[in-house]
Write a protein that binds this ligand. Structure first.
Ligand code: UT7
Length: 329
């Protein structure tokens, strides 16, 4: 069977204007700029303050920018795959709201929930529609309004996360570029080292859950750090070996931006020098499903057609993986 390859033909992004700096956080919880910078690499993050705007707003803005840059009209889009853990509502899916906001009236739309690995899971999912010949234009969006599920009195989580979204358009490739391979893993964590305790069917919202701040992220930072470091490094090395790539063949690593120390460990394991690693965690923090497309957006003018790029992420679930693509624009 002939398999089409899917390639990224455009990138868009949205970042709120409001910044929350380490110095702002010093006034909110018992922390300091030096601790945050040395333990995570973060200096500031963006926060969507407008109470009438949520994840679908940022996702739609990012999607519109991607479509405009490709010269593609919204009604040409066949599928919208949206990665998020901060949906506007429990249902309908945020992708449905995006479909309406951008006027993609011919697209079907659904969400993927894979936390910080959400974008790479959604990218692989979106690509399969093109690879199978079932769609011509697929929007893959990653975005989270993390500030909506952060407890700003918990210094172990509130320093890490920010808001933002990125989007890519996938189209069929006829020049050998595009998404070549992906490896994804899941290790269901019944100890729930990284989760939002309440608001689902296990613990529906109640006065008690609100009082206990259980609608916010809970994370066992050390446990997640350990798994994330080995997970991202191992899967990145695995996808290189599987595709016969050595460090000189890789033009760029696009790592999920959770912690600079995790990114450094991944790059070291791959044998990559720091000038080949996209890092914007200092400016945006961890935007969960937004980190990887936001990196692609920030670096898009430096990317050359044919560049070998490895994307990798680790997140709640646990979920992790890597995608190998040849840049095609
Ligand atoms: O993106 C999805 C997946 N998430 C991740 O990948 C996050 C992975 N985890 C991490 O990035 C890190 O574990 C954190 C940044 C969350 C924490 O860094 P750490 O180096 O693992 O710190 P720790 O939890 O081991 O805490 C070290 C010390 C503790 O004090 P003691 O017990 O040594 O006295 C903490 O109480 O740092 C203290 N601490 C803080 N101090 C100042 C914890 N948070 C803070 C803080 N400011 N914000």
């Amino acid at each position: 069977m002939e398999v089409n390859r899917a390639k990224i033909t455009a990138v868009g992004h949205f970042l709120p204007d409001d910044k929350l700096t380490n110095f702002d956080l010093e006034k909110m919880v018992d922390t300091n700029d030096e601790w945050i910078r040395t333990r995570t690499g973060i200096k500031e993050r963006r926060i969507l303050k407008d109470p009438d705007k949520a994840t679908s707003y940022m996702a739609a803005e990012a999607a519109k920018e991607a479509l405009e840059s490709a010269g593609v009209s919204p009604d040409e889009v066949d599928v919208i795959v949206m990665a998020t853990v901060t949906p506007d509502y429990m249902f309908p899916a945020t992708a449905c709201l995006v479909q309406d906001k951008i006027g993609a009236k011919n697209a079907f739309a659904f969400d993927v929930s894979a936390a910080c690995s959400g974008f790479i899971y959604a990218l692989t999912t979106g690509a399969t529609f093109i690879e199978a010949g079932r769609a011509k234009k697929v929007l893959v969006i990653g975005g989270d309004k993390m500030s909506s599920i952060i407890d700003y009195s918990d210094r172990t989580t509130c320093i890490i996360f920010g808001d933002g979204a990125g989007a890519v358009l996938l189209e069929a490739s006829d020049d050998g570029t595009g998404i070549i391979d992906s490896i994804h893993y899941t290790e269901g964590d019944t100890n729930l080292a990284l989760h939002q305790p309440a608001g689902g069917s296990m613990k529906p919202a109640s006065h008690d859950t609100v009082d206990a701040r259980e609608h916010s992220i809970r994370q066992d930072g050390r446990a997640v750090f350990k798994k994330a470091t080995t997970g991202m490094a191992d899967v990145s090395a695995e996808i290189m070996e599987k595709n016969d790539l050595d460090a000189d063949d890789v033009a760029w690593l696009v790592p999920h931006q959770a912690n600079l120390r995790i990114i450094d460990a991944t790059a070291n394991r791959m044998g990559l020098s720091s000038d080949k690693v996209m890092i914007n965690i200092d400016r945006y923090g961890n935007t969960t499903a937004g980190t990887i497309p936001l990196c692609l957006y920030d670096w898009k003018d430096q990317l050359k057609k044919g560049d070998n790029i490895i994307l990798t992420a680790f997140g709640g679930g646990f979920t992790w993986g890597a995608v190998y693509l040849k840049w095609g624009i």
